[in-house]
Write a protein that binds this ligand. Structure first.
Ligand code: SF4
Ligand code: SF4
Length: 476
């Protein structure tokens, strides 16, 4: 544990750390663009400079190993002068179109300029114009005028995702980030992480371009249900105090974007592109209406009918959802588990063309809580046996295969054709409308919070199961 001195303050560093890493870990305020803790050192942006005491020059802190007794200054006149000069160079050809840039509010170039420089450009030359809205892939557009050539995006595809899908072509102010011609970046299942890595607004996801200013949005901690990894994410949606009144009200309750919530135990700082597309999963057409034999019914009437069916069944069977939270599963086990044979079925299987599994994050099990469900019930073998009542909770069951003698109780959130064929259909809330926990494939439990209120007429599964368990005669 070498001790170093930053601006006269003693800091205990870890062996092998750089001065930048040790200083940041100790709470020092040092600017940087190209450095990222999960990527190799590039040393190209030159704004993290420090001055070793007694020397008359500055050096980059990101590539300076700590050594016992090293004394550095992070705010000397020389450091401030050099940092300001580097920021002026970085901004020389930058368009400064912050007013229309989706990174505004989250851009470190904006922040550092105001913090460490803050002066207008002294250049009399016109800015070099480069390509704007360049289609880097079907998911990402690149504004080359905003790019500060930090190379984080390029290093990510080489060192993390492994696609080698990006590179920098040409030299000097002609340099351009470009995708390789073999389409590797298009196929990169983790490509959208470069958007988070980009310190400026050069890389933007098409799904979010000009959709909302970030200061109108709120991040709610959640868990991606896209596979058994259970990556922790932030779901961004409109802040309650910034609700829109004049426009489409659905914009107040939609998912604007999804970003990783860094978690060393599960996903580190990354998520895959499927996790970015949670709106495609959650914003499918919903089932909002309870049904009895295909006819609309009140939620209360449907609950009573389902309860009577379960109470009178001789050989009831339940197929439990592995998209249910640990809390919902516990409620089911406590109230209905002893009444019926219960098995865990897979709600989702790999979709055609989807990456099934890889060595980074993506798991072959496309469900978030198989481990949590299997802690209560065994896996389903696909047979219905002699069941006279079948409770199908969630998705993934071909209801037409259920023997016609059996009455079906469907509990689901989405509008599918089989809702009308069930004897009783009860619509359920979805993950973004409730709080809970999932247990991932490795046994790590992660919590998700509620983003939106559930629509009227939709049941919360955890509250529903005790109502289904009361014997019919007790409610008469
Ligand atoms: S596009 Fe962004 S991440 Fe990539 S080199 Fe340019 S500034 Fe860096
Ligand atoms: S790896 Fe799995 S859990 Fe993580 S973001 Fe992708 S689909 Fe979601």
């Amino acid at each position: 544990m070498p001790a170093i001195f930053v601006d006269g303050r003693e800091i205990q560093a870890d062996k092998g750390q750089t001065v930048l890493q040790a200083a940041l870990a100790a709470g020092c305020d040092l600017p940087y663009f190209c450095y990222h803790p999960a990527l190799s050192i590039a040393g190209s942006c030159r704004v993290c400079v420090v001055q070793v005491e007694g020397r008359s020059w500055v050096e980059i802190a990101c590539n300076m190993p700590v050594t016992e007794g090293l004394r550095v200054l992070t705010d000397s006149d020389l450091v401030r002068e050099h940092r300001a000069a580097m920021l002026e160079l970085t901004l020389l050809n930058h368009p400064v179109d912050c007013g229309i840039c989706d990174k505004a509010g989250e851009c470190t170039l904006q922040d550092y300029h105001f913090q460490y420089h803050g002066k207008p450009s002294v250049s009399l030359e016109p800015k070099v114009q480069r390509t704007k809205h360049f289609p880097l892939s079907s998911r990402i557009v690149l504004d080359n005028e905003r790019c500060i050539l930090c190379s984080r995006c390029v290093r990510f595809t080489r060192e993390v995702s492994g696609s080698n899908g990006l590179g920098i072509q040409d030299r000097g102010d002609h340099s351009l980030v470009r995708a390789s011609e073999d389409g590797a970046f298009e196929r990169d299942a983790y490509s959208d992480n470069v958007v988070d890595l980009c310190p400026v607004g050069a890389l933007l996801p098409r799904a979010f371009v000009h959709r909302s200013r970030v200061w109108y949005l709120k991040a709610t901690p959640s868990v991606c249900p896209g596979c058994a990894r259970g990556c922790t994410v932030d779901i961004w949606h409109r802040k309650p105090e910034w609700k829109l009144h004049a426009l489409d009200p659905a914009k107040n309750t939609r998912i604007e974007r999804v970003t990783p919530r860094e978690n060393p135990d599960v996903n580190g700082p990354w998520i895959c592109n499927k996790g970015r597309d949670l709106a495609k999963i959650f914003e499918r057409p919903r089932a909002m209406q309870a049904l009895m034999s295909g006819r609309p019914a009140t939620l209360d009437a449907a609950i009573v009918a389902a309860r009577e069916l379960i109470a009178s069944a001789r050989t009831p069977l339940a197929l439990v959802s592995n998209w249910a939270s640990n809390e919902e599963l516990a409620a089911f086990a406590a109230t209905l588990g002893a009444r019926m044979r219960s098995f865990v079925k897979a709600d989702w299987s790999p979709a055609p063309g989807e990456v099934v599994e890889d060595a980074l994050l993506i798991r072959a099990d496309k469900n978030p809580n198989t481990a949590g469900a299997l802690a209560h019930f065994p896996a389903w073998d696909g047979e219905f046996g002699d069941a006279d009542v079948v409770v199908v909770w969630g998705e993934g069951v071909d209801v037409s295969r259920i023997p016609r003698m059996a009455a079906v109780i469907r509990l689901s959130s989405y509008a599918t054709a089989d809702t009308t064929s069930a004897r009783v259909f009860i619509p359920l809330s979805i993950q973004t409308e409730r709080a809970g926990r999932y247990t991932n494939f490795a046994g790590t439990v992660s919590a998700f919070a509620r983003c939106f209120d559930a629509p009227a007429g939709v049941a919360d599964a955890e509250a529903l199961f005790p109502l289904l368990a009361v014997p019919a005669k007790a409610t008469a």
